[in-house]
Design a protein around this ligand. Structure first.
Ligand SMILES: Cc1cc2nc3c(=O)[nH]c(=O)nc-3n(C[C@H](O)[C@H](O)[C@H](O)COP(=O)(O)OP(=O)(O)OC[C@H]3O[C@@H](n4cnc5c(N)ncnc54)[C@H](O)[C@@H]3O)c2cc1C
Length: 447
């Protein structure tokens, strides 16, 4: 018996548990996997920690930055010295800054679309996007429908497709325009979301992001139970909530469910959740994004004046970064890969196509790494998907208002429920803090 049972030991669940503990409550955190961190998962490549999930943080992500600082997890700037590369329409060219080297006509079109996107976002309140007078129109179409309706050029559409793949793990046709606009606004705009310097990719943690979760879990000690997928949450006649896993039952006066909305459907609720909540879980699917890493003796691309940052219109590797520990090596290239093409390939083939993608950008030396690793979030056995939800047309206006509406003493956390930096680590931490405050109020009310 605890005061609060928290479901999920990602950044949201652990932040909620930590905050509730700080407020003097007993908590237990039930995690379905055999590790904490959720979509933050750090592995080892050639002796270097690499993040298979979340990697980067940036300015205005104050919640996760404060948490990392408090736990003594140090970040470093993302390497960005030198020229970036763009592989576009069969040619590889170099450029500086975040504006890729395209023709002047293409660049003007990109600016025009960005301006229109920003203008729409002014009319969408992040906390209640369905309340916008144009919500129904924006939610009736996909990002792709909109791009076509405003006659975006082919290069602009391809750039927006790359943004959709890396941001939501889906194609522009799969995501509602209302969701796209609201999500980008919650990150502070397109520039803030996509930039390295001054943006969401500005810094990273040399020891990986999962260490932040591990340190939170260490603080919580045996209050965190691993290998405990929650199957059922039942309200007892005395108002306590029983949370059942295959290994046993836990009870609390409140529950914080800190998992993506789509995964709520995997839990049986007794009494059943209101239909609005059940529909929400069915219409808030997770996207699918994959990553490939290659390690080399040194970051050899730096010798050629390249930053290691690249963009490609030919998959499956479509964005790269240099995440090497230093100039002496090993050199580490991170590539985001298109799950649609990548995930169904056998391991050897995935390695072959990812290295071919690196080599097309950085030369033949990139085809011969010391070590290689990839990870497909869409094919995870338990709680698959990520980086975040790819919310389709119609979902926000029909189901959005239930996203974090409590049911009895059940509260909802997870980055998808955040108003600031939703989809990111920062949003996850904020959502955990918000759900902890709600559960705390409920416990006070009941006591
Ligand atoms: C490839 C990739 C790259 C990313 N890059 C970045 C980045 O650079 N910067 C950034 O800020 N963010 C990034 N993200 C997003 C970031 O990882 C997430 O926003 C964040 O980790 C979400 O945290 P969360 O706690 O809300 O959810 P999760 O991390 O998903 O945690 C939920 C936890 O609940 C568990 N769970 C689910 N169902 C149950 C159940 N029934 N019972 C028990 N446990 C359950 C899961 O196993 C999981 O551990 C990336 C994500 C991916 C996949």
């Amino acid at each position: 018996m605890a005061d609060v049972v928290v479901v999920g030991a990602g950044f949201a669940g652990l932040s909620a548990a930590r905050e509730l503990t700080r407020l003097g409550h007993d908590v237990v955190v039930l995690e379905g996997r055999d590790r904490v961190g959720g979509r933050s998962y750090t592995a080892d490549l050639a002796g270097v920690p690499v993040d298979l999930g979340a990697t980067f943080v940036g300015p205005t992500q104050d919640a996760v930055l404060a948490l990392a600082a408090e736990l003594g997890c140090e970040s470093v700037p993302t390497y960005g010295r030198g020229k970036n590369l763009i592989r576009w329409r069969g040619r590889v060219r170099s450029y500086r800054s975040t504006i890729p080297r395209l023709s002047i006509i293409e660049l003007l079109d990109v600016s025009r679309i960005q301006w229109r996107f920003d203008r729409i976002s002014k009319k969408v309140p992040v906390a209640e996007p369905w309340a916008s007078p144009i919500a129904a129109d924006l939610d009736a179409i996909s990002l792709d429908d909109w791009l076509r309706s405003v006659h975006a050029g082919a290069s602009t559409r391809d750039l927006m497709a790359i943004m959709a793949r890396v941001t939501w793990g889906c194609e522009p046709r799969a995501v509602s325009l209302l969701h796209a606009v609201r999500y980008v606004k919650a990150a502070g705009g397109l520039g803030r979301m996509l930039d390295v310097e001054g943006g969401a990719q500005q810094d990273r943690f040399p020891a990986g992001t999962q260490q932040i979760a591990v340190r939170m879990a260490d603080e919580l000690g045996d209050r965190v139970v691993l290998g405990a997928p929650v199957q059922r949450i039942e309200r007892r006649p005395d108002s306590t909530l029983t949370v059942a896993t295959a290994g046993g039952e836990f009870s609390g006066r409140a529950v914080v469910v800190a998992i993506p909305p789509a995964h709520r459907a995997g839990i049986e609720f007794e009494p059943a959740l209101p239909p609005e909540h059940r529909e929400l879980a069915r219409h808030w699917p997770q996207g699918r994004l994959s990553k490939a890493y290659a390690a080399y003796q040194t970051p050899f691309w730096r010798d050629h004046g390249h930053s290691g940052e690249a963009l490609s219109d030919e998959g499956p590797v479509f964005i790269t970064f240099d995440v090497s520990p230093g100039p002496a090596g090993p050199g580490i290239l991170l590539g985001f890969t298109d799950a649609n093409v990548f995930d169904s390939l056998p391991g050897e083939k995935r390695r072959e196509v990812a290295l071919a993608g690196f080599a097309a950008l950085f030369g033949d030396a990139a085809a011969h790494p010391l070590d290689y690793l990839d990870h497909c979030w869409g094919t995870e056995q338990f709680a698959p998907g990520g980086p975040t939800a790819a919310v389709p047309p119609g979902s926000w206006t029909r189901h959005g208002r239930w996203l974090r509406a409590p049911v009895d003493a059940i509260f909802w956390a997870g980055t998808e429920t955040a108003d600031e930096w939703t989809g990111f680590l920062d949003g996850a931490v904020r959502s955990g803090m918000r759900a902890a405050a709600e559960a705390h109020q409920e416990l006070i009310r009941r006591s």
